[in-house]
Design a protein around this ligand. Sequence first.
Ligand code: SF4
Length: 703
Amino acid sequence: MRETVTPTHCPYCALQCGMNLTPAPDGRAVEVSERADFPVNRGALCGKGRTAPAVLSSSVRLTSPLVRSEGGALAPASWEEALERVAEGLGRTRAEHGADAVGVFGGGGLTNEKAYSLGKFARVVLGTSQIDYNGRFCMSSAAAAGGRAFGLDRGLPFPLEDIPRTGCVILVGSNPAETMPPSLRYFTELRENGGTLIVVDPRRTRTAEQADLHLAPRPGTDLALALGLLHLIVAEGRTDEAYIRERTSGWEEARAAAMAHWPEYVERITGVPVPRLREAVRLFCAPEAAMVLTARGPEQQSKGTDTVGAWINLCLATGRAGRPLSGYGCLTGQGNGQGGREHGQKADQLPGYRKLTDPAARAHVAGVWGVDPDALPGPGRSAYELLDALGTDIRALLLMGSNPVVSAPRAAHVEERIRSLDFLAVCDVVLSETAALADVVLPVTQWAEETGTTTNLEGRVLLRRRAITPPRGVRSDLEVMHELAARLGGEGSPEKGFPTDPEEVFEELRRASAGGPADYSGITYRRLAEESGVFWPCPAPGDPTGGVHPGTPRLFLDRFATEDGRARFAPVSHRAAAEEPDAEYPVLLTTGRVVAQYQSGAQTRRVDELNAAAPGPFVELHPRLAERLGAAEGDPVAVVSRRGRAVAPARITAAIRPDTVFMPFHWAGEGRANTLTNPALDPTSRMPEFKVCAVRVEAVRPV
Ligand code: SF4
């Protein structure tokens, strides 16, 4: 039998590494092999990507719908029965309490086609404004700050290949050595080429160990740190005045705010000594080209938008943004974190990254959908606010591609809210902690079993291809929406607006995005099959460039996407975290990831090799704090916040600040880190403050 090798992409993080899949003779299992032609990872994969096929054939894979019986247990059911129950549950709630009593919660791992269809399904079929997705918890602050400064948010406005060719990179709150290991080579090559790497992180991570300079601020003070650096840049006369004059606006206010943040004051706030601030400025300003890249550290704060804005200010004051090999970028986290926020599953947006409040955008998208623009709902609640309203204003929920019982802040409260729903339907591949609470669970296809597009952290649109036949008993999310539209949509044949063929959905997405900020209209499946991805914006042939548009790997080189073409400084000042240490909760908690697990762990905790490498949660704490507690390595310690208590073994290391503890958030149960986290929201992005809250740490004595 001839082996068929399918080139495709990893199902996990935003790097979207290329890989080849070869089906086993039974047509179900697949083997992963190197795909060296894809430029982003050049064949390299981390352990998560290498072992991803294990989830396809996992013994805990769902292969039958589950419906909760009268007795309260989930039991296998036919697809017909399960779909009827979902339609009845959502439809009854809509009839009794109104359309906004039905919520929809999506995910940053859904393909562009699914994200697009889910936004349309919520607004056209259900008629609800209450849709948001877990990407709100991921990079929404960077998206808001990028949009405010540049008039457009695309995670990286340049390809990763530019990183080794710049002169200096400041990596703020990012640990690619653990989150996306194949990307580390870009930073290694940067240093091999004579460039410098500065890492800003409260922990001395594996990435920080490779840096020329590591700045370890107190969690929640990255904004003050950026202001201190900008103060020094101004004081030392290192600003690019011609660039500021010609390409920016708002400098005087931003400058005045920075000048109020004296380095000694910033040292007191952040704990970073002034000489290290000066060293960072020297390294950043010396080369002609430099970058600032942020990730969840500065973004997942109740002032995340302003924090990212402060780092963008550094790029603008020194004339970096919109120049070759320079500028600001965000390293998005989830697999389709970029595309997932462009096509309409976000509470305030329509496809093509259009604003739901823009009458022209509403008219355009309504035209593509064949509906009355006035009938489209307005913006709904953000992700945490939506979850917080479950059981009260929102009484039924359709959830796709997310596991908020583990991944949401103040998770015990969110779990309680989910339990209080009148009706919950979940589409998933395994019985996640959230699916286990559902009234109906619909088992769906996953990455290697279906075709679809994703958009990686560079804005590169990619084709994931079907390599194997799905197991009997599962259906795609697109089929689920098609079937539910037929049952819920009323007159006519509404399901026709929800094709099950991903390419057909993409063709509609192209039309819906045409002319918008994230214009995909010049991208086709055929192009994606032939090229190593296409960068948006990519207008359709003849509109406006004529011929085939090559895509846009680098943005802003001529002008920014603001009305006047200028980038806008953000006039931001330091403010404290929503929760600061006090006598009762004297320590700071920060949360993050480990290399062998992904997000809520719904998939990776089902892979033996990954569990062997990272079997459970832990509490990282400094030796001085451990000594005060009387805790030895491996001893159980309790971390207590105003929202709850989590217990996990101590991991004692001098790589963390003595005033801070760290917990990874991939696990449920008593070690669930998000039991502790603070849902205080950023006023602009509505991002919760995952990265900092006040806790106390207690040794757990045997009883
Ligand atoms: Fe997959 Fe990300 Fe690992 Fe690449 S780095 S193999 S995309 S999880």
